[in-house]
Design a protein around this ligand. Sequence first.
Ligand code: SF4
Length: 736
Amino acid sequence: MNGKPFEIALYGKGGIGKSTICANLSAALALKGKRVLQIGCDPKHDSTRLLMEGRMLPTVLECLRDSASGEAPLSEVLGEGYLGIGCIEAGGPKPGIGCAGRGIISAFEFLEKKKVKERYDIVNYDVLGDVVCGGFAVPIRREYADAIFLVTSGEYMALYAANNILRGVRNYDGDKHRRIAGIIYNRRLVAGEDERVSRFAKATGLPVCAVVPRSDLFSKAEEEKKTVMELGTEGREREVFLKLAESISEDMPLFEALPLSDEDLERIVLGGEDFSPSKKAPDVKETPVSECDGCEEDMPRTDEAAQEQASRPPLYGCAFNGAATAAIHLTDAIVIAHSPKSCAFYTWQNISAPGRRNLYNRGILMPSAISPNFEPTLIDGHDVVFGAVDKLRSAVAAAMEKKPGAVIVISSCVSGIIGDDVLSTEEMSTDEIPVIVLPADGDISGDYVSGMDMCLKRIAKRLIDRNAKPSGKKVNIIGEYGVSNNTDVNYRVLKSWLDAMGIEIGCRFLGDATAAEVRDLLSAPLNILALDTPDNAKLKAWLEEEYGCVFFSRCLPVGYRATENFLKELGEFFGCEDRVAPVLEAERERYLAETEKYKEALKGKKVLMTTINTDIDWLWDTAEQAGAQFVWIGVLNYLRQQLRLTSDPSRKAVIHEIQTRSDILDAVEKYAPDIVITGYSDDMPKGAYVTDSLPMTQRVGFYSGIDVLDRWSLLLENRREGEWVNDREYFEKYFA
Ligand code: SF4
């Protein structure tokens, strides 16, 4: 032994007698003079009992669970058994709660930290053979097991488990490593079992290293809480283990894992067919998954999933993130993120960024975005092993004490993976306070958009009062973007018009609404979609179908022309046209005066633009009004839809679909623009033009285009070399 112990792992189906075999093998190795450590990795933690005279050791996980610091001294878990054999039980969480696989990982991390193995020549892992997840497969990893024994009887399910272990090893090793020592055959005296085991051994190319006889001596030893080795009775039972112990060394022959397909296993084990080991087992993967380049691209995807993704704008993030971003807009709710700190932190940043920027830029306070009612349960490593539902329940109970309009629980990847029963907290609902659970499970259940969708639908289903009847002059605003800087600005613009027209805003679904407002959503005769996006179109269709909601024909308007039409039609709908006319008159005058201001800077200026396939008439109108001219527009039509940039046929001549960046560069060279509007502005070569980009959501109203002209003229005024990007005066003022 060269300082590092030789580590062996005995894997076998539960109930096959693996722990008895493991303990006897440890005892035999100790009799041969080896310093042995046996680590039981079965949650039922009785692996070392026969070495400890029947004493059940406290498990590593019990000690970790019970210690406040999540630490435990090694002496609490390391027992000294027969002939000084070190005995440790990893243990597991309560059945049905937490993650036993992660428990094995935590126990192994603890043992590594305590450097316990260094005191021994041989480490003997006793592992449950039903390799159900990565945690149970940890002892198979190359940093642990140097040699792996398959413990099996001749029963089909035991051989099935043995074959599964070969699959697990194969996934780690491919054909590059040989770590299978062979089969330890535990006879059960079932008809035909010798032949079955022998056919399985032949088919997988493995030796049968030991045949453990069926013998009453094992029961006798068990009654005396000893191994047969300790019992000392001479005989074949003892001989088997001594011989096996003798064969175990760093130089022992080891074999490649060649698992069989399920069909071949059945054919060979049950059907009695022979299978030549020279023929490679058909279930073998030639390349381990981790070494396969581009696996993600090659993953089979359903047409439906591909279409679903293609129809969406590229919004990134997980379902947890999307659900939380929507949920915090139920302003009198408390949103509980059932997640680790990091998920909550990342999401909180995402939620609060637009609010902070608005406060900083424009002095606009958005309470839900600046200080959301968002509280994480802070799942930690301990919770992952032992389950975190109790923690969640305490958080829900504490939230309900504060008498919110609702409590919303959102699950993350971690709570999803460990199987926390988050939905059970809905039972904590009272008549006054509903508990609404969003089983988002991080990105397991989908992306950002699916999380938002789930959030809106579940909140709607739990809160909307189907008995409410439409009445009065009232509208709901549906589908505002929670993460946009313009959302609140736009709301204020809209509200000022509606106030002038005597129209009330009922519910913003979901942009800063109370639970009572959502309950009352059906009392508004009209709903206005905030943005024309594919996701909002789906939400609209759902609300129409589910609740019979009536939608206005126009979304929130961008630019002068659209705003004029929007207000006229809204006035007609509510029969208040007389109130619209003065608004339009006043705004027309103001709009023309504003446009006039930019003529000096923009008259005759050539504008070149790249955009996605959205309406830009609002900008075109205003730019033309100020005397600027669009010379070339490149469209990234990634959804391959009909172009809808303009309703004016005379404008179509300058619109081109583009594919690559060089299309833009060629156009810049050809048209020599003064202004280039592109999402790639940082990436454009220096030229005699200024660059700008458009925000994701535009400012609503008459002045959307004016805002943009204001930026252009500012950029043009400051375009002298170095004066804009590296403005020396500001630099010296603030940083020098
Ligand atoms: S993907 Fe999962 S781990 Fe990442 S932030 Fe979302 S919930 Fe958390």
